[in-house]
Design a protein around this ligand. Structure first.
Ligand code: IMP
Ligand code: MG
Length: 195
């Protein structure tokens, strides 16, 4: 298959030093290999064989997890139900956390269910800890967390995820679902955003 080259976003201020794709940190092939391995780790963790009624409720944090989610669930040979929440911490054209906001809440009853929260990236951990607290208050049977990327920070995080795809340096990254101002989500690998 011939690869088409990726065109930069025109953006509102075209030509004036707008944010653009920088160094590729994780390639398509590396992502694909790791997602398959992560799915294996997740299956091994749920001892579901004894329970006829076992179902895993996947709670995806939109919109960043969209592409990771699509690949991950197709590699999981488990009965799953899928639910979404829309949560934002970096809305619009910013690379600084603005405080966690739930923009769309879950429509699924999680009481008594095994829940796996899936997000694109763990930075401070604020987003995931807000969601996990909420699911615990709603009496989920178990709540585990899975992120594709975990930023290595000098300060301790509010939460330690159960499943991590890749640890990455403390840079703002885009691609494979991750955005800057809702752009670059369809770039198929993980790249540093150059500002
Ligand atoms: P936290 O709440 O500080 O852990 O940030 C996690 C959320 O912020 C994720 O769900 C992402 O949507 C967003 N985020 C954090 N870092 C990045 C990044 O480097 N690129 C794109 N989105 C990010
Ligand atoms: Mg997010």
């Amino acid at each position: 298959m011939t690869e088409l080259s990726w065109k930069p976003h025109p953006g509102p201020q075209a030509g004036s030093g707008r944010p653009r794709l920088g160094q590729v940190l994780i390639t398509r092939d590396q992502i694909a290999g790791r997602v398959t391995a992560l799915a294996g780790e997740i299956v091994a963790c749920y001892d579901h064989r004894d329970r006829e009624s076992f179902e895993l409720v996947i709670v995806a944090i939109m919109t960043g997890s969209l592409i990771f989610l699509a690949d991950l669930v197709r590699a999981l040979p488990l009965p799953v139900r899928m639910a979404i929440m829309m949560v934002s911490n970096y809305p619009g054209a910013t690379t600084k956390a603005q405080g966690v906001r739930i923009n769309y809440d879950l429509q699924e009853d999680v009481a008594g269910k095994d829940v796996l929260v899936v997000d694109d990236i763990l930075d401070s951990g604020q987003t995931l800890s807000v969601v996990v607290d909420l699911l615990r208050r709603r009496e989920a049977r178990s709540v585990r967390t899975c992120v594709l990327l975990d930023k290595i920070l000098p300060t301790p995080k509010r939460i330690c995820p159960d499943f991590v795809g890749f640890p990455i340096p403390d840079r703002f990254v885009v691609g494979y679902g991750l955005d800057y101002d809702n752009r670059f989500r369809n770039y198929p690998q993980i790249a540093v955003l150059e500002v």
